[in-house]
Design a protein around this ligand. Structure first.
Ligand SMILES: [Zn+2]
Length: 123
């Protein structure tokens, strides 16, 4: 539920710059390590946006894998079983580059009151 509110807060913040528009779709990037169930998030989001301007907004959830990058050779790889050793050069100097995200990837908006064909949307 907290994540749904975080997404809602991010959308609300973005929309402050577009008072004449309504959001039609929001893309959210969630890291695998966030151990989040996309269906649960969608359900929570629908629950908290019901009967608001955002109730018709679509939620697009992208799950990002747990990824590391090797500092020695630059190789990027997906971590399995928490093995963070570089599979390319066996270096242990690796850093986490993904898997814990909770980002607003994009927000599609349309002119207020013109949700039909021809509505202008920006990304
Ligand atoms: Zn390497």
């Amino acid at each position: 539920m907290g994540i749904a509110y975080a997404v809602l807060a991010a959308v609300t913040k973005e929309m402050k710059g577009h008072p004449d528009k309504v959001p039609s779709k929001v893309g959210v990037r969630v890291g695998e390590l966030a151990a989040l169930d996309p269906d649960a998030l969608r359900f929570c989001f629908e629950a908290i946006t019901r009967d608001t301007d955002l109730q018709s907004m679509e939620l697009d959830i992208e799950v990002c894998p747990f990824r590391y990058r090797c500092i020695s050779c630059g190789h990027e790889f997906i971590v399995r079983d928490y093995e963070t050793e570089c599979p390319h050069c066996a270096s242990l100097k690796t850093e986490c580059i993904g898997g814990q995200e909770l980002d607003l990837a994009y927000l599609e908006v349309e002119e207020y009151g013109t949700s039909t064909v021809g509505a202008k949307s920006t990304q």
